[in-house]
Design a protein around this ligand. Structure first.
Ligand SMILES: [Zn+2]
Length: 305
């Protein structure tokens, strides 16, 4: 199997400038010369939202790639149309023309470099394991479609190709650029292309036998009565502690009246919070997500878990 047609996307969310900057930078460099065995295409995901420095105009573009919506001609709005236009470029979801998509995102959460995988294909885990060799402190976050949306199919942009990787980097405020953040993401892209190129040439890069993977389990909302009068915010004990185990009784919310609330759910699994205090999720009242920690064998994949 050869992965030759690759699309690198920036600005799927219009206020995450790092990706836009990087695709512009890649476009000015010797990308095609350096990776002559790959056919790399660069894409600005949401130009109108980027122009206005907002996440989206009408709806989240990165939740707009479900087949039913792509095929629904009655859907209107900027992102619904933009998703269809991207679909024309990348090929239909059931007849993809690109082999792999890398989609660059940023987060206001303290998630460092997080490699998001939307399926359990061995190739994707091996790609992530290879990147982790060069960036040992990066995290791998696997989001199965059914656990995330209750559907067997993802509506993420990376679901438009058989293989894909979304890069999240943070914390960084929306709408700004940071040299150090750019450099980190550049390193991830470089390692990813190196892995793909090596695999294409028949070389099987040496990978650690297993990698630690955080697998999405559920989201935790702010208290439902979160009005201006009762306003709960993320507790300082939880803030910035992405990927650190959350135990029952740990404080997660703090109200305007000075009352702190603990995490009280009974879970059979050890849970790890991610996307803590992500600005983009406030409008949905989401405070953070919880993941379980698993180990994935890079040769045999998820099957043995
Ligand atoms: Zn994003």
């Amino acid at each position: 199997m050869k992965i030759e047609n690759i699309t690198i996307v920036g600005g799927t969310h219009g206020n995450e400038d790092t990706g836009v900057y990087l695709i512009n930078q890649l476009g000015r460099g010797n990308l095609q010369k350096k990776w002559s065995d790959l056919n790399i295409d660069l894409l600005l995901g949401n130009p109108k939202a980027y122009q206005q420095s907002v996440r989206f105009i009408d709806r989240d573009l990165n939740r707009s790639f479900a087949s039913s919506e792509l095929n629904d001609l009655s859907l209107s709005g900027y992102e619904a149309n933009r998703a269809k236009a991207i679909c024309q470029k990348l090929g239909a979801k059931d007849a993809p023309e690109r082999d792999l998509i890398i989609d660059i995102h940023t987060t206001t959460s303290n998630m460092g470099i997080t490699l998001i995988l939307a399926d359990n294909k061995d190739y994707n885990f091996q790609l992530a394991a290879y990147i982790q060799k060069y960036i040992p402190d990066c995290y791998i976050y696997y989001i199965p479609a059914d656990d995330y949306s209750g559907s067997s199919e993802h509506s993420f942009l990376i679901s438009m190709a058989p293989f894909g990787l979304a890069i999240e980097v943070g914390p960084i405020a929306n709408g700004i650029l940071r040299h150090d953040v750019n450099k980190k993401v550049e390193k991830v892209i470089n390692a990813a292309l190196e892995f793909i190129s090596k695999k294409n040439s028949g070389v099987n890069p040496v990978l650690s036998q297993s990698v630690t993977v955080f697998k999405h389990k559920k989201v935790v909302s702010f208290p439902t009565d979160n009005t201006d009068e009762t306003h709960s915010i993320i507790h300082e004990d939880l803030q910035d502690n992405d990927y650190k185990r959350l135990k029952k009784g740990d404080l997660i919310f703090h109200t305007i009246d000075g009352i702190s609330f603990p995490y009280n759910d009974d879970d059979e699994d050890d849970l790890y919070p991610v996307f803590i205090n992500e600005a983009a999720y406030y409008y949905q009242n989401i405070a953070f997500s919880l993941a379980i920690k698993i180990s994935v064998n890079t040769k045999t994949g998820l099957q043995n878990i």
